[in-house]
Design a protein around this ligand. Sequence first.
Ligand code: G16
Length: 538
Amino acid sequence: MPSFEPMLEVTLKNYPKKNAAHVSYGTAGFRMKWDDSLDYIVYRVGILAALRSQDKTAVIGVMITASHNPISDNGVKIVDPYGEMLEAHWEKFANKIINCSDEELAGVIQSIINESNINSSQTPQVYVGMDTRPSSKRLSAACLAGVETMGGKVADFGFVTTPQLHYMVWSYNSKSTHQPTMEGYYRKISDSFKRFLKLCKHTQSISAPVTIDGANGIGALKAGELQTYLGDSLSLKVVFDGTAGVLNDQCGADYVKSKQTSPVGLDTLAGERYASVDGDADRVVYYYKSKDDVFHLLDGDKLAILMTSYLKRLLNTSKMSDALALGLVQTAYANGASTDYITQQLDVPVACTKTGVKHLHHAALDYDIGVYFEANGHGTIVFSKSANNLIAEAASRADASTEEGVAVLKLHALSEIINQVVGDALSDIVVIEAILADENMSMEDWDKQYTDLPNVLTTVKVEDRSVIQTTNAERTVTNPEGLQAAIDNLVAQVSRGRSFVRPSGTENIVRVYAEAGTKDEANKLATGVVSLVKEMCN
Ligand code: G16
């Protein structure tokens, strides 16, 4: 009898399979409406994470979260050794282990052990974290039971943001000098930010606070903790902190981005900076109100362009632009004006991938310094290993009395403020604040880099979202037949039109994006495409 079986017999009784429907490991792991059938899924994910840990001889992470989705949802995803998303081959194992019956479970575990040549004598190590949903604690307990079934050790981090858990896993496995602790995480961001500010001409500290909408979730709590490390170098004023409102309800990054308005109940003042994070703080958007009382959104595209243009300038001044290739990765949701600006004005190459952080992250690794952002605010900057080494080495001998030396030191500090492992709202905010301070830029100045084409992002409920199939980084529909030609026809009727539809990977809906030369045209295009989807997909 395999060594795990006696323990499996004991724990399985507490987590019997409750759902006959087939579930798949998607962009965001397993995610659904919460009911007690999610318990067995998370228990089995705990078992799989333990196997993955033995397979890689490394710490593996499990995060319990449904991120931007409503409080009634929950989910779980696995974090690979260097903070990456779970490898595709193991997503297949995930589907196998979740969809088999209770009777088949031992056999499926053994088949994964055999297929991956796993040395079962090693003790698995799994880091577990969760968001603030009411169902998260119970799911975390289920995960722990799964890991322990395989004889694994768990480090339970409790309430953390998704990027914090990714950081811990990366930090431990890579034996980073930045410790795999909450303190290590906060010190990495705040110490490098303070170092960066000392190099800036305009300011030694940023006196005006940035208001952070914490989506009534974990981001609010953790922004408060980060503040204690930042001290008076940067002031974070947290609202929607969970003391009164409901998670992601009329607040948070997803609400602000899709409704293109500020959170309900937030009284925005002209001249101030605002940022909204989502339910697990892995994405962020900024916004402000102009003097004429108009709301202006600075979404993931605007964040990406600010970071890319600033990096380009630093690379030129530090005379490192020949050694380090800079590139940007976007998805189909990127506003056409942002892509035009970056390619035509800044002469930086742009790649387009499917939605899903793992696709963007992977493509960003093609550059020495790759900036990637989804328009919804999910993104970061990744530096290749050789770029990190080159910058650190140049910083160690940089002459801070020259412009060139200061640029090298700023580049080095930025590479440490940013969470290179995964998109991280908190570290992104600090990077944006660093750049705005150094450039002495107001929100208006930032916004003026380029003007967004008017756009609409909406959703359509359909019976079965899988009827929509796409290609060309989700920009072209291949099924239902005729839908793409009909969309093209509507696009041709407006100026500077562009539109696409794709099935969501996290909700049972189809997303529709439309942009055009004027707001009326964008609305007209979106309405037309929504009707087409309703007609042809139901
Ligand atoms: C997840 C993914 C993102 C994706 C988002 C929405 O984000 O990690 O890459 O953009 O879902 O995906 P979809 O349009 O397929 O529903 P999060 O922040 O919810 O984990």
